[in-house]
Ligand binder design. Structure first.
Ligand code: KIV
Ligand code: ZN
Length: 533
């Protein structure tokens, strides 16, 4: 059979009949490909937190990591397996027997384990990277699948750089690895090179030409180098793919991966044309997006589809008038459907605990009494400084409260002196509580933040390298909450830290201490792991 370049609508009828029961699995790789985003490394507790939220979101598969790549990744996969009960947990491997042994070990505790193994298929990868002939690579892939099947029933095979591979060779490898036991076939456009027409035809060709394809699920995995990852994934679905690999906020290698929220909402909003469904609990999308942004330190661009700050903001008078008369005049998605609540009450310093609990409930947080009390006290402190407290401010307070775990250093207060005069020296004093007691450190610097960071560096064990510093305003106005995200590095161990406050200097100090606390936490965990018998 020849591979045909179908038109999208033609393919709808050409390749197979669609019914409403048709269902697309969502394979989330935020914790693996997403974590490969420059500067996005996550600690183990952060990975666990995201994995639990992904389960609430309703993804079908969580790719938790690449176990052989580091002891931290191994442990993270193990820990995710221990808490995730209803979702498949997957570990990535190269087509190397040792990788597969290690992944199988990390996945031992999973209720539904999957090994994701594979190898390059494009001539570029075979010649330059793998230095193998096509036949050698195919034999290697077959052996990897057979080996993985000795451990688990669910084996996914990826054919790296399929987007630039020879379709005849691609189809031969797919047939062979299915015969060897692969249950899912991943056809990645690794370099983000394909157009939707080409990628759709590639998937359609595989569906039509590979004789045993009905024994596997075909998966699409697209990168966004030309901004076409979502369109390519959807073209794959049109042509018979029934698993989409994606990440929250589209984070990932280089320009990122297909964005989960875009694919899910496109399939839902345009069910009339795609005719397929996912099992995603869409009202959890916004919360998950925020969590991933906060923990990776990768800020979501304001005009990002579905989850950007402006995704449901109408600024022109004509649009506002239309939306007020009838929401659907300019909105194709109900914001509630992705978990963005519309504000009906305004919280101020006079709002009680009940109003706060009610609003937090609308935002998806039901806090135990003790946590609610603590958030309420922090809310009152913010409300004293601001006229109204916005949803973003509230979410920040909750996030901060929920992340106050076992901190080595806790900020008691900080004070700053800065001036634009060349004669004045910026200074900071930072008072910090730790197991050793409460201490105050002072320093001068190039600016007030630099001075605060130098003061903190005088604390025992707190000397780190600052690799990145980002400042974000969470709501409008001069009294807006500022969120600072930093990335710090201590002897090769990296972590991101977050801090928010209405004062940028305080937010910066909190973020730096948070980063240091995380680095110390990761160091401790590694020491514990290396002491385990
Ligand atoms: O982009 C890619 O090809 C991948 C594979 C490892 C699945 O991420
Ligand atoms: Zn990838």
């Amino acid at each position: 059979m020849e591979m045909e370049a179908f038109s999208f609508l033609g393919q709808l009828g050409a390749s197979r009949e669609y019914t409403m029961a048709d269902y697309v699995q969502i394979f989330d790789t935020t914790l693996r490909d997403g974590e490969q985003s420059p500067g996005a490394s996550l600690s183990q507790p952060e990975k666990l937190e995201i994995a639990l939220q992904l389960e609430r979101l309703g993804v079908d598969v969580i790719e938790a990591g690449f176990p052989i790549s580091s002891p931290g990744d191994f442990k993270a996969v193990q820990e995710v397996c221990a808490v995730i009960r209803n979702t498949t947990v997957c570990g990535l491997t190269r087509a190397v027997l040792k990788d597969i042994d290690v992944a199988a070990d990390a996945l031992k505790g999973a209720v539904r384990p999957r090994i994701h193994t594979g190898l390059g298929v494009s001539d570029s990868h075979l010649q330059h990277k793998l230095k193998m002939t096509r036949d050698q690579a195919m034999e290697r892939g077959i052996a990897a699948v057979k080996h993985a099947r000795q451990y688990v029933d669910d084996v996914e095979y990826f054919l790296e750089d399929s987007g630039r591979a020879d379709p005849d060779y691609l189809c031969r490898v797919i047939e062979a690895v299915i015969d060897a036991g692969a249950t899912v076939i991943n056809i990645p456009d690794t370099t983000g090179y394909s157009t939707p027409e080409e990628y759709g035809a590639l998937i359609g060709g595989v569906m039509n030409r590979v004789p045993n394809i009905d024994r596997a699920i075909v998966s699409v995995h697209c990168h966004n180098d030309l901004g076409m990852a979502t369109a390519n994934s959807l073209a794959g679905v049109r042509n018979g793919a029934r698993q989409v690999e994606c990440t929250l906020n589209g984070i990932g290698e280089r320009a990122g991966n297909t964005s989960l929220e875009e694919v899910v909402m496109a399939l839902k909003t345009r069910r009339d044309t795609f005719g397929v469904e996912t099992r995603i609990n869409t009202p959890e999308i916004y919360k998950t997006s925020r969590m991933v942004s906060r923990l990776t330190g990768i800020v979501v661009q304001p005009n990002k589809a579905i989850v950007g700050a402006n995704a449901f903001a109408h600024s022109s008078g004509i649009h506002q008038d239309g939306v007020l008369k009838e929401r659907t005049t300019y909105e194709i998605i109900d914001p509630h459907d992705v978990g963005i609540p519309s504000s009906s009450i305004v919280l101020t310093a006079r709002s009680g605990r009940h109003a706060l609990a009610h609003r937090l409930g609308e935002l998806g947080y039901t806090l135990p009494e003790g946590e609610l009390d603590a958030v309420y006290q922090r809310f009152l402190a913010v409300a004293d400084r601001k006229k109204t407290v916005h949803d973003d401010d509230l979410l920040e307070l909750v996030d901060e409260q929920l992340h106050r775990r076992d901190a080595h250093f806790e900020l008691v207060w900080c004070q700053f002196a800065s001036s634009m005069s060349d004669d004045a020296v910026p200074m900071a004093a930072v008072r910090v509580k730790s197991v050793g007691g409460v201490v105050t450190k002072t320093a001068t610097g190039d600016g007030a933040i630099d001075a605060a960071y130098k003061a903190i560096a005088k604390l025992p064990g707190a000397k780190v390298e600052l690799e990145d510093y980002r400042l974000q305003s969470l709501s409008g106005g001069t009294d807006a909450m500022a969120r600072v995200t930093v990335r710090v590095n201590k002897d090769g161990i990296k972590a991101s830290g977050h801090g928010s406050h209405t004062d940028i200097l305080v937010a910066s100090t909190k973020a730096y201490l948070d980063g240091i606390n995380k680095v110390l936490y990761i160091t401790e965990q590694r020491e514990l792991a290396s002491n385990e018998p």
